[in-house]
Write a protein that binds this ligand. Sequence first.
Ligand code: ASP
Length: 312
Amino acid sequence: MKKKTRATVLLIHGGCGSTPPTAAQLKTIETALDRGERLLQRGASALDAVEAAVVVLEKSGRFNAGKGSKRQMDGVLRMDASVMNGRDLSAGAVAAMEGILTPIRAARLVMERTPHLLLVGKSAEGLARLFRLPHLSPSLAAPSPPSEELSFGKWEALFRKLQGAKKNEKGKRGTVGAVARDTEGNVAAGTSTGGIRLMLPGRVGDSPLIGAGTYADNRSGAVSMTGLGEAIIRAGLAKEIALTMEGGVEAEEAGRGALIRMRRRIGGEAGAIILSADGGFALLHTTDYMPGGYRAGRRRKVGGQFQRVMED
Ligand code: ASP
């Protein structure tokens, strides 16, 4: 008997913030959608499509992930990423990893080649090197300015600088993420980031945390978040949205409710790409902009704004 083929869906975000995307960023999103959609049409898994799309964005240097990652306040570029497969709830992640061009692939290695879920720092980088993942160029991998030992005085200066900064303000490059459904109806999600604009060395946000920045389950759907990690983690947003969909609520309503609840109780701006197991989807943001795009049969779009979530 021939297996029933499901319509494929792919959604991408390139971070959320207050500035519109550049034409080059939108073009890169288009390329990432092309890459992922082609794979899905050839029968590849949702996980392969998510990884391939995110790799395009990481390698472009036009987003705050992989090559384009922001530096932490000691001048070091540390990256976070995670992936999750909705078919069996397997997941993998890396955090505070240096020197690797494609952190999403490192996250997948953790998932498929180790018994663990999250590796951090030098160990994550070691695993990625063992499996010959491409490195960042030496000029990007080197700290700028050269990192020194953190003295108490320096720490206080960093901390004061951070307190004086507008935490939510975003630079032009955003975190990236993708969610997909394949022809077998499996869903997957992935997120990759260099963090937020001003952050203490060693800070880790929501993107590598399953249930916060990323979640996928064939019974509910797939979610990738962007926005202020400190708020998203406390709200457990990706899992909350997935659970709400499992209860029969549609993607848009599930996301809207979760984003508004987070804003009211915790504060913090965010955006989400949400795909329900039945193929319904939504791209939502509380910020002015969230570059992104989707491919779902004849429905397709690339742009800087999707559905803006505001309080009633
Ligand atoms: N969520 C990311 C973090 O907090 C940043 C972002 O999405 O803009 O690390």
